[in-house]
Write a protein that binds this ligand. Sequence first.
Ligand code: HEM
Ligand code: HEM
Length: 164
Amino acid sequence: MMNGSAFNYFCSTLKQMTMLHAHAGLRLLILLFLLAAIVKSLAGWLGKKPYGKSDNIIAVILIALTHTQAIIGIVVYAMSDMIKAGLSDMASTMKNPALRFWAVEHGVIMILVVVLITLGRVKSKKAATDELKHKKGAIFYIIALVLILWAGVIKPLALGRGWF
Ligand code: HEM
Ligand code: HEM
């Protein structure tokens, strides 16, 4: 039989793992819609196409997924035993590249990504012409993609994390 504290530990680990898998999986959906938004806005900008209904739908789904991911990320951060341990001794955390990445770099870069994707949408929505709508989206989304590839794909894989 499990005693109380072992049971609490089990539940806490299960909650952390569930949120972490949701967080890793949602990233793939974000990448899919981010790539679609980039391809469509580049094609629209360079090919001088009208800003259509599908451009709008992709942009709204992308921003909704991204805001949801930010909330899940903050919850993961608050629940994580690894982060708790890291924050309790910042002097050694900053000297440990893997721990420093998760405790500091990932969150900071990803908040920046969320801001960039939100700005891309807001600027694109406010732009006066269809060409500008495509252009604003394309520029902000491409910068966001580079940052996600680095801090949300390459680094996590290099640190031994999986795809889901
Ligand atoms: C604390 C949580 C959140 C904050 C602070 C936040 C903040 C924002 C901001 C600043 C904007 C831009 C508003 C503008 O157009 O001027 C925005 C847009 C948007 N957010 Fe969030 N958001 C949050 C959570 C969510 C969640 C959970 C979802 C969806 C599941 C979501 C979906 C959207 C969508 C779809 C838009 C774009 C609407 C449009 O341009 O048509 N947000 N949000
Ligand atoms: C577009 C936004 C984001 C993407 C694409 C992303 C992606 C990822 C990925 C792929 C992992 C590794 C998952 C695994 O090991 O299975 C991860 C872990 C993590 N993320 Fe994010 N993330 C984002 C935003 C955030 C934000 C805003 C925060 C909080 C401030 C955050 C906090 C964390 C933490 C703390 C972990 C590691 C937790 C642990 O291992 O205990 N993420 N993220």
